[in-house]
Design a protein around this ligand. Structure first.
Ligand code: GAR
Length: 226
């Protein structure tokens, strides 16, 4: 099995990165995490990556034109022969040109059920809106912030006494389950985008879309059969 080489892009603590690295340590995982890149030298996730013996690179983005940052990033990715990008708490907006170059090969995880609550402070905003379900989304990256065809989602209930922190923790637990599954589908060539929608050809994609899955519920999916 030839496993595509993946770079994970981070800016912070890197818990999703760790979830991806742990999943990819399994010999049957269809991708190899070959590099972790941070745009901040002080990202806590860098130490976690080093502890897990993954090559790391820092490409500083602060106080630099976007294009310069992306030229350096592209050079690092090329040097490591990276085929796929997984953004995991990467808090820098990428230019349309960069996004186009990686079209279909770059995914992101976002802590809300998109298209609700793109951007920051998603948990506080979900509480303020009074939604009863919240969650996370893995999507292909397209030019808009937190936009692009949805690959997978996981939902959690919003409880009466939730704070942004308690809700964030419940969502994060699902992020750590969802992201490795979505990356595996992409790496195995099971994600296809047509008409702006992502179709996942994996039977197990069904049970992953909503969590907890109500017993016996029929979940609407776009699962293709081989
Ligand atoms: C995660 O909750 C991720 O979904 C979010 O940042 C956090 C990073 O945590 N990403 C975004 O908000 C992207 N718009 P982590 O560094 O522990 O993975």
């Amino acid at each position: 099995m030839i496993r595509p080489r993946v770079a994970i892009l981070i800016s912070g603590r890197g818990t999703n990165m760790v979830a991806l690295l742990e999943a990819a340590a399994h010999p049957e995982f269809p991708a190899e995490i070959a590099l972790v890149v941070s745009n901040r030298a002080d990202a806590a996730g860098l130490d976690r990556a080093r502890d897990m013996h993954v090559p790391v690179a820092v490409v500083p983005s602060r106080a630099r034109p976007r294009e310069l940052f992306e030229t350096d990033l592209a050079a690092v990715l090329a040097a490591h022969q990276i085929a796929l990008l997984a953004l995991a708490g990467f808090m820098r907006v990428l230019t349309e040109g960069f996004v186009q170059q990686w079209e279909g090969r770059m995914i992101n995880i976002h802590p809300s059920l998109l298209p609700s609550f793109p951007g920051l402070d998603t948990h506080a905003r979900a509480l303020a809106a009074g939604v009863r379900l919240h969650g996370c989304t893995v999507h292909m990256v397209s030019a808009g912030v937190d936009e692009g065809p949805i690959i997978a989602q996981a939902a959690v209930p919003v409880l009466t006494h939730d704070t942004p922190e308690s809700l964030a923790a419940r969502v994060l637990e699902q992020e750590h389950r969802l992201y490795p599954a979505a990356l595996a589908w992409l790496a195995a060539g099971r994600v296809r985008v047509t008409g702006g929608r992502a179709h996942v050809a994996a039977a197990e994609a069904r049970g992953r879309l909503v969590n907890p899955l109500p017993a016996g519920a029929a979940v609407s999916t776009h699962v293709l059969r081989d």
